[in-house]
Design a protein around this ligand. Structure first.
Ligand code: HSE
Length: 309
């Protein structure tokens, strides 16, 4: 294989109760990338469409992730990368991690698949750190593994893939304002209240149980965030109105996607997910803020090959 085109999906990190540990993978939105072998070693970004991102390899998320996997493999070739961005940077649905997950998945294919998904996540995190300043895996892991993932630990990296109940659908609204992850992290408290922490880790446990048993009521009862949302929701215009509309339309639960500004909900069935989309469209149409809405099944595959030669 000399060239590969891949689809690298958007992802929702945190999933309300699981700050920095839970994430899931979307299907209806993602970037495309073409990665081509070159005789010359090293990494060259030859094309970027859809976003204003740096071409310098060391400053580009995909460039840094590509270097990490190529160096670890002692590859006898280099790569040229074309990036077609559909996920806007700063949207809260894993824009930088899609670049990182996509490129490491693709290069692993070009190498003949020497690395497993956990190793690919580790390379992807090197790229992700360029954008967010921290090596967190809760967007990269669902992109690589697909479905829902739990980051058991970052050092050493341990990712646990979780099951996806078949009737689960996501609705995501992306208000087109930019929130930098570093800024959304800077406003968080350094210490948390014990009674809030108890509720939060009980919800992580019950959400995982709900995913294993396809218990939609338990999933609904677990999608609450007592620790992060009270701070970050203030950065998102009309957050409470959107949340109320999502719940009134029948969503199981909702919350901030990653570090925002996107807001996600999970619903049982596509019909309800579409109804949620309709109701939040009504709300945001009146605000004067541009927005996108995505309704998506949960993508259980993660990054996928579009074609190769
Ligand atoms: N867990 C990270 C955060 C995800 O919420 O800061 C950032 O996309």
């Amino acid at each position: 294989m000399n060239e590969i085109k891949i689809f690298s999906p958007a992802t929702v990190a945190n999933v309300s109760c699981g700050f920095d540990v839970l994430g899931f993978c979307l299907d209806s939105i993602g970037d495309e990338m073409v990665i081509r072998k070159t005789l010359e070693k090293g990494v060259k970004i030859s094309k970027i469409e859809g976003a204003d991102l740096p071409y310098e390899t060391n400053k580009n998320v995909a460039g840094v992730a590509a270097l990490a996997i190529l160096e670890a493999s002692n590859a006898n070739f280099g790569v040229e990368i074309e990036i077609y961005k559909k996920i806007k940077p700063g949207s809260g649905i894993g824009s930088s991690s899609a670049s990182a997950s996509g490129v490491v998945f693709a290069i692993n294919e070009l190498l003949g698949k020497p690395f497993n998904k956990e190793q690919l996540t580790l390379f992807g995190m090197k790229g992700e750190a360029v954008a967010s300043g921290v090596e967190h895996a809760d967007n990269v892991a669902p992109g690589i593994f697909g479905g829902f993932t739990l980051v058991k630990s970052v050092n050493p990296l341990r990712i646990i893939g979780l099951p996806t109940p078949t009737e689960l659908y996501a609705t995501v609204i992306h208000p087109k304002i930019e929130i930098k992850t570093s800024e959304a992290r800077a406003i968080l408290p350094k210490q948390v209240n014990l009674s809030d922490a108890i509720k939060q880790w009980a919800n992580v446990g019950s959400l995982v149980s709900g995913l294993y048993t396809s218990d939609y009521d338990l999933i609904a009862d677990s999608l609450n965030d007592y620790i992060i949302e009270p701070f970050r929701s203030q950065l998102i215009p009309h957050f409470d109105k959107v949340k109320n509309a999502m719940m009134n339309a029948g969503a199981l639960g909702c919350g901030i996607s990653g570090s925002g500004p996107s807001i996600f909900s999970l619903s049982k069935g596509l019909g309800t997910a579409n109804k949620v989309a309709k109701e939040i469209n009504k709300i945001y149409s009146k605000t004067g803020i541009e927005f996108d809405i995505h309704v998506s099944k949960i993508n259980t595959e993660g990054v996928r090959i579009v074609n190769s030669e």
